[in-house]
Design a protein around this ligand. Structure first.
Ligand code: RNT
Ligand code: ZN
Length: 418
């Protein structure tokens, strides 16, 4: 049997197994096809960017590893992203940070950046059928320090307010150019190593800065605000904590970003989805994988991820939840890191889409908790992998582990020569 006919017959079997449970596999595949992931550009080059100034990665985040082949130019980032997306079914988005602007060798400070610096990105994205998302960048700059938007020093705070306002303007132009809202994420590292004597003071300043930044209304971009538990060197206090941004988002109707690496390790991010859907307009996800801490490991198919995907689908919230990835691993092939993470996210979503939700909910309504638990357990070993293989085949992307050899080849021919 050829590989294709094996996949076909496994798919026929799977279709029948799922149909017996009232699940339409084709419907699930169509739904998966429509889900765009927002790929974070910063896995290509270890969060370095293209500013023409020397500044080490700061802001409490860290990339470990020195695997060869890091992208060093905008062209290399673009080539690597295209390579990665060639292994990922569907149409996706690319999330840029401000430091990835096309500055053409000039020094453009953060309070001087304009849409023109992203024109080549917009053109390239259009040519390649990718939509763009955006992020302001408060880290890796001489003025980053421990406090940016929450800084009591007017000069520093105003510098970052100006930067963030300009980033919203850039996002608006990106949204216009692609005829689809650009999602702009705002994350600042502001915090302190030891417990401050006045926690309220900095949060009040951050609130005022945000109000000032968001004063301009835009139609083609959406703001989201990302909370965090702690940063490296800023372990005791984070100004923009989860409570802070959840409160701000609920009150001011802003999208809150949930980075799955930004919570205590036993906290369920999946459990937050249904609450947030009730009180905030939409949700932005930064899917990451914390190991012991916010370590930004490559996303894999684990219980955290499948729980999260199930919540998105059970809440029927695909139209209100933006799914982005956020991790940086410099110890393995960086393109491979994207492919592993994106395919894991898609697998989790597919498993969730194949869930016989109505049956489970009926068992629950009738108090049949043994039946609910038993079916949930059995679902884990239903042939969802046959549906996944068919999805890849139909999308003309490698089935199973076939992409490993192809990425090795690209490494041999391209990235290892950098
Ligand atoms: C940091 C946040 C943030 C960054 C990127 C580079 O902890 O997760 O989203 O990872 O902006
Ligand atoms: Zn994040």
């Amino acid at each position: 049997m050829t590989k294709e006919s094996l996949i076909n017959s496994a798919f026929q079997n799977a279709t029948e197994r799922y149909a017996a449970l009232g699940v339409d596999v084709n419907k699930a595949m169509q739904a998966l096809q429509k889900i765009s992931l927002s790929l974070h550009c910063w896995q290509t080059d270890d969060v370095t960017g293209f500013e023409n100034q020397e500044a080490a990665l700061s802001g409490g985040i860290q990339v470990t590893g020195n695997y060869p082949g890091r992208a060093r130019t905008i062209d290399e980032v673009r080539a690597d992203i295209m390579k990665a997306t060639s292994y990922i079914a569907g149409n996706h988005r690319l999330s840029l940070h401000e430091i990835y602007g096309d500055f053409q060798g000039k020094k453009v400070d953060r309070d001087e950046v304009e849409p023109i610096h992203f024109q080549s990105w917009m053109d390239w994205a259009k040519e390649n059928n990718l939509k763009l998302d955006f992020n302001s960048t408060s880290f890796s700059h001489p003025k980053s320090g421990d406090l940016t938007l929450a800084n009591p020093d007017d000069e520093i705070r105003n510098f970052w307010i100006e930067h963030t306002k300009r980033c919203r303007w850039i996002s608006e132009e990106m949204g216009k150019a692609q005829n689809d809202p650009c999602i702009m994420n705002l994350w600042v590292h502001d915090g302190s190593k030891e417990v401050p004597a006045n926690r309220l003071k900095y949060r009040r300043i951050l609130e005022q800065s945000l109000d000032e930044i968001f004063a301009t209304e835009y139609k083609n971009m959406k703001d989201c605000i990302e909370a965090k538990l702690f940063g490296i060197g800023l372990e005791s206090y984070t100004v923009g904590s989860y409570d802070f941004y959840l409160g701000y988002g609920a009150k001011k109707n802003k999208i809150v970003t949930l980075d799955t690496g930004h919570f205590h390790l036993t906290e369920s991010v999946a459990d937050k989805i249904s609450s947030m859907l009730l009180f905030t307009p939409e949700i932005m996800l930064h899917i990451s994988r914390p190991i012991r801490w916010d370590s930004d490991h490559v996303v894999i198919l684990n219980d955290d991820l499948t729980d999260l995907a199930r919540e998105i689908i059970r809440c029927e919230a695909l139209d209100r939840i933006h799914i982005g990835l956020d991790y940086f691993d410099a110890t393995i092939n960086r393109i491979g890191a994207y492919v592993i993470g994106c395919r894991a996210a898609q697998k989790a979503l597919l498993m969730a889409l194949l869930e016989p939700a109505a049956t489970l909910q009926q068992y629950e309504a009738e108090g049949k908790y043994f039946e609910r638990l038993a079916l949930q357990e059995e679902l884990k070993s239903l042939p969802w992998t046959a549906v996944w293989d068919m999805f890849c085949l139909q999308n003309d992307v490698p089935v199973g582990e076939d992409y490993i050899a192809s990425i090795q080849q690209y490494e041999k021919e391209v990235t290892s020569k950098r």
